[in-house]
Write a protein that binds this ligand. Structure first.
Ligand code: ADP
Length: 491
């Protein structure tokens, strides 16, 4: 893998003694170029919560050390999460559409899909490498950080340990998949096995059991269903997407689950070998068994707290979540935490903004705060589901007086072109002020549409502001202004 050669000995744009006065070097050791560094900011991790702050701080003249054991930027999102899974999803969608609309044969060759996924990942690793090389006082190490104090840490690299003193630290260590344990659980795969860079997973299973009721379980189930796999989704509870407005889930559920869903179902054990597994499970209290080629566990993610954190006094929960204020500061003033590790809004785009908020606050020119409420969320099923802000049930709980407007996808020109006319755009306005507080989209282009709705929510636009905007024809965005035009606004 090309990435093995990148970052292994770090990326040193300047001789270190030029940047770090405390830099000590052993000329006897060619393997370890230095052992001690002093920097303004240590950034732990290389994902969306990490590198935007690194670039911003380094660009403003701070000395920055960033470290990640992957040796590449992009974090879990790029290495095994959003980018690879959405690349695969796009190709599956192209294949499905060309089959359905043009009558072309099913050409889905999963190994080509996976190769394209790896290529996209490599393009982005290289892109980040180029971006990083533009910053003179930013160093990146392939290594794992552990704290040794409130202002000190060690980075374990392949070439040995580097000790670091810092004024500020940003913990952006993200999350990893949670595994549940039952006899044979080691025979099960996770989304990491399917989407990791260079994965060996290149064949489509005939039959697959997917365990979980969250967005990852639903997305993967949808993809393999479209590839022709017989998918069985095992959900422990009575509903999917438990953290999402259940009225939205009711609309989406029949559209996004064209495969078999087993509610109130949990696995007892798995035996056999991958490719031919026997699954014993309990469904609605009844013992059952099934055979399948693969069992995929998608039962959530948990935070990764760096070793030695107790030496800093930073508080964290048993689930590995570090609590932060909206300035992204932990309970220890010189230590910030950003991204998924904060357990607030676990999405790459939120991590990027949080990273910049932390950087702005460390630079100290003006105080910056994260708006955790108004972050768009998308579930990349077929069709996709997106939402932002305050939706129907939250408005009810808060006792808000809301006006709802909607536009059905059945009337949309672009949806008609694709013959994908299921779903709707729905907007929620405050009755008194006419300002938009939230919205959801189920259907074609939902993740794109929620950006327009999200911009309106983020800036508290009124229904008239939105109604006056001439959204382009023929894009699905037209439905946003059409939905707004359905209400004349407050009297
Ligand atoms: P986020 O989007 O919140 O930045 P990600 O999960 O995408 O989170 O990325 C977190 C990154 O942090 C991963 O690439 C992981 O390898 C890295 N990481 C985890 N623990 C450590 C550690 N102790 N030292 C350095 N990097 C770490």
């Amino acid at each position: 893998m090309r990435i093995e050669t990148f970052g292994a000995k770090a990326h040193f744009p300047l001789p270190l003694y030029a940047v770090y006065p405390d830099y000590k070097v052993s000329f006897l050791s060619t393997m370890i170029p230095y052992k001690h560094m002093k920097v303004d900011v240590l950034i732990i991790g290389g994902g969306g919560g990490a590198y935007p702050a690194a670039f911003k701080l380094a660009g403003s003249g701070k000395t920055v050390l960033m470290a990640d054991p992957k040796g590449v930027l992009g974090g879990n999102c790029l290495y095994l999460g959003c980018i690879p899974s959405k690349t695969v999803r796009e190709l599956i969608e192209i294949n499905e559409r060309s089959g359905r609309l043009l009558g072309s044969k099913n050409h889905a060759d999963f190994s080509s899909i996976q190769k394209h996924k790896d290529d996209v990942q490599q393009i982005r690793f290289d892109q980040h490498d180029r971006e990083m090389s533009e910053f003179k006082n930013l160093e990146f190490l392939k290594g794992t950080v552990s704290f040794t104090g409130r202002n000190s840490a060690d980075v374990s690299t392949e070439d040995g340990k580097v000790s670091v003193e810092f004024d500020y630290a940003i913990i952006a260590t993200g999350t990893v998949v949670s595994r549940i344990s039952f006899p044979g659980s080691d025979l099960c795969i996770t989304s990491d096995d399917i989407f990791s860079f260079g994965t060996a997973f290149r064949n489509i299973p005939d039959k697959m059991v997917i365990v979980g009721g969250g967005y990852i379980a639903l997305e993967v189930a949808g993809m393999f269903h479209m590839l022709g796999t017989e998918v069985h989704l095992f959900v422990r509870t009575e509903t999917v997407l438990r953290n999402v407005d259940q009225d939205l889930v009711k609309i989406a559920y029949p559209l996004i689950t064209p495969f078999r869903v087993h509610l109130n179902t949990s696995i007892r054990d798995v035996t056999g070998k991958r490719g031919k597994l026997k699954i014993n499970y309990t469904e609605n209290g009844e013992d059952m068994e099934m055979e399948a080629g693969e069992v995929l566990l998608a039962v959530g993610r948990k935070g990764v707290v760096p070793d030695g954190i107790d030496l800093t006094g930073v508080k964290y929960s048993s689930k590995g979540i570090i609590e932060v204020s909206d300035t992204l500061q932990t309970n220890i003033p010189n230590i910030y935490a950003t991204g998924d590790i904060t357990g607030r809004t676990p999405y790459f785009h939120a991590a990027v903004r949080e990273s910049l908020v932390a950087a702005n606050n460390i630079m100290g020119q003006h105080e910056d705060r994260m708006d955790f409420l108004n972050v768009p969320v998308s579930i990349f099923t077929y069709p996709p589901v997106s939402y932002i802000g305050i939706l129907r049930n939250e408005a009810k709980e808060k006792g808000m007086d809301i006006v709802e407007t909607s536009y059905a996808m059945s009337g949309d020109a672009r949806a008609q072109m694709y013959e994908e006319q299921d779903g709707e755009i729905r907007l929620f306005f405050d009755r008194k002020t006419g300002r938009i507080v939230g919205g959801w989209v189920v259907g074609l282009d939902a993740p794109e549409l929620i950006n327009e709705i999200g911009t309106a929510v983020f800036n508290s636009l009124t229904v008239m502001d939105m109604a006056r905007f001439p959204d382009q024809h023929p894009t699905t965005n037209e439905g946003v202004s059409k939905a707004a035009r359905a209400w004349n606004g407050p009297e």
